[in-house]
Design a protein around this ligand. Sequence first.
Ligand code: EPU
Length: 417
Amino acid sequence: MERIVIKGGSKLSGTVKISSAKNSVLPVIVASVLSCGRCEIDSSAMLEDVHVISEVLRSIGADICINKEKIIIDSSHIRNGEPTGELVRKMRASFLIMGPMLSRFGRFKISLPGGCNIGTRPIDLHLKGMIALGADIILGHGYVEAKASRLIGSKIYLDFPSVGATENLMMAAVMAEGETIIENAAEEPEIEDLATFLNSMGSQVVGAGTGTIKILGVNNLKEANHTPIFDRIEAGTFMMAAGITKSKIKIEGVNEEHLKPIIAKLTEMGISMEIGNNNIIVDGTNELRPVDIKTMPYPGFPTDMQAQMMSLLCTVKGTSVITETIFENRFMHATELNRMGANIKLDGRSAVIEGVKKLSGCEVKATDLRGGAAMILSGLAAEGKTEISDIYHIDRGYVNIEEKFKKLGADIDRYDI
Ligand code: EPU
């Protein structure tokens, strides 16, 4: 079983390059199904999740060629079969296939994605939206089947600005008859990126990236190429690495706009930043102050940065409070951090963190993707050796993370132990 082993205490320096955003690449790969032809995605991050979604699409007949950082998807031979249930259940984003497949074939059956370790993650908002677009939904035996000879544009109000539901419904609506309006839509930059790709295929989507998205249905979509946006969560993880190791590093491949909530909190803590064109220099050498954080839908503080922020706050003198409002079970990393000598008390959706002088390296596990990133950050700052198991979670969302940290001067390696 592979593990990441870190000897803590090294200062970081130099430049790190950010990869393209996992949460853009996945829906864009899925959206290519709508073209009935060949789409190319450039500079894509070759993550474990990219391989899983590719396998899901291959299981219904897509031809996918992954070549270095380019993904070529030929969906002309896709058939309206059921994607392999085992693959679908591996990754929640697989459920995004529902919208485009229903739109293209008029019916589609797929395994329910199931829960995952950060929360139960239901799909009711996806299904309510499909029903509003005129689909009949049949649920049973762990599967969901949707049918509609042609989807009809409609007004959909999301009870919560769900990222996945917004994406799924956008993809369902681009070929529906007439106009669809999605209100209380998620505003994450990845939604805007998906709309950019859909529009380059010939869709008419306006307002993506705001709370109201208008989609005028078209009859067919054409082949297109796309370069996804940079990964704001990977960038944020390296920004926090500078803070926790008290180092100064340059991060290349960032969009300042997308990082605003992270920049604001790190600045409040005393971390200095120099923002350039597509890059940011982060100076974590100052004495840092504790802060309170509440995760919120974009443009609020991202839940995907909560675990890494917790690691950082564990090393900052004083009391910080983190409130997680998006997922009900996203504090699993707290137990692992306490094993390293952190002082975190959980109370429902809140974590109270008393900064400690030093974390001490030990054996910990990656409890989920971002929890795993948090373990790496803590390991970089801890005294002695930290050995992280279950690192397959980390590989789902970070490209060569140990290589990137090694290049910055960290004492970090991956072993098959
Ligand atoms: N929700 C419902 N019903 C639904 C859909 C969502 O109740 O039908 C709830 C969820 O249970 C959760 C909240 O709404 O409590 C937010 O879920 P959302 O649908 O926004 O999340 P998602 O689309 O499943 C994406 C990212 C996650 C990220 C969240 C929130 C992808 C592939 N995944 O998930 O990324 O945490 O948005 O920003 O885009 C990660 O990268 O580590 C990760 C988990």
